[in-house]
Design a protein. Structure first.
Length: 308
């Protein structure tokens, strides 16, 4: 009888680690398990896989096999693998005895408790349980206001579910501090199946009149007058959480960025709000205003292009 190449049977090289051999065995066992496989001759293939794994997973058996060509160290038994006691009673499945296929595996799983069939129980019992088929998870975008994220909210939204006609009205909790791109999970609202899949709502923020958002930080462009910038003043700055008072120093230049710590989106590490000052110059719409600008031109030596 010719020697069987157990490494070839499992599709691993001779230097493969025990972990690699176990990983490859599980992959093949799932593929050729006779209870689930539709591949021709899967029972015979499955028997060969188990025979090879039983030898290669055991350090002593593997050493004997590599040296003598057999698992027990007998150089004259190079071709096969000795079946377990009682296995010669006759069967069309490699001498494992007659009876149903599930009965055979019940015995194998009992043996696994003593370590004889390490790794097989977790592979096959999962498949034999026949868990119900879960529907496909689905993701759809939803648009929410920044205020909803800042305060948290409950909303009724019309959501279009992929593969369905029209929209579906859903009651959605907007978590406080949720950021753009994060997802809200609605269990059992996804694709159809014996168990329905989940629906994930990917958050996008509606455009805000005043604020822009980047991650958890909020930005605001705040217009001020030339005399506020020159003389200094107290500013009332809008935030998502209400108005904040801030003192503006004299001779502040346009484009200056102020930081309001913790005034961005809330959370364990709350974001900040950044305020960019923009000096707005009033138009010389009256003779009085025009005369004022002419007087400023006369008395001021300020030249913003001096460095050019």
């Amino acid at each position: 009888m010719s020697k069987k190449d157990y490494y070839k049977t499992l599709g691993v090289n001779r230097n493969a680690s025990s972990a690699d051999i176990k990983k490859q065995y599980r992959k093949l066992a799932r593929k050729y398990h006779p209870d689930v496989s539709k591949i021709n001759n899967s029972e015979a293939k499955f028997k060969d896989i188990n025979e090879a794994y039983d030898v290669l997973k055991d350090k002593e058996k593997r050493t004997n096999y590599d040296r003598f060509g057999s698992a027990d160290g007998n150089p004259f038994q190079g071709g096969g693998f000795t079946p377990p006691p009682g296995g010669a009673r006759g069967s069309n499945f490699g001498g494992f005895g007659q009876g149903s296929f599930n009965d055979i595996f019940d015995n194998m799983f009992k043996n696994s408790r003593s370590g004889q069939f390490d790794g097989q129980e977790d592979v096959f019992t999962r498949q034999q349980r026949r868990q119900p088929q879960k529907g496909q998870d689905q993701t759809v975008p939803i648009s929410v206001d920044l205020e909803d994220s800042y305060h948290g909210a409950h909303r009724s939204l019309n959501v279009h579910i992929p593969g369905s006609a029209g929209t579906k009205k859903l009651k959605v909790k907007i978590p406080k501090g949720i950021k753009e791109g994060q997802k809200i999970r609605l269990s059992g609202q996804g694709g159809a199946g014996q168990i329905k899949g989940d629906l994930f709502l990917e958050v996008k923020f509606n455009r805000h009149r005043h604020f822009t958002i980047e991650g958890k930080n909020i930005s605001l462009i705040l217009p001020i007058t030339p005399w506020e910038a020159a003389l200094g003043t107290k500013l009332s700055i809008p935030t998502l959480g209400g108005t904040v008072e801030m003192k503006l120093a004299a001779n502040t230049q346009g484009g200056k960025k102020l930081r309001l710590k913790g005034r961005g989106l809330p959370g364990k590490d709350a974001g900040d709000q950044y305020v960019v000052l923009q000096i707005m110059t009033p138009e010389a719409e009256t003779d009085e205003l025009k005369a004022l600008y002419e007087k400023m031109q006369e008395v001021s030596q300020f030249n913003p292009r001096k460095s050019f």
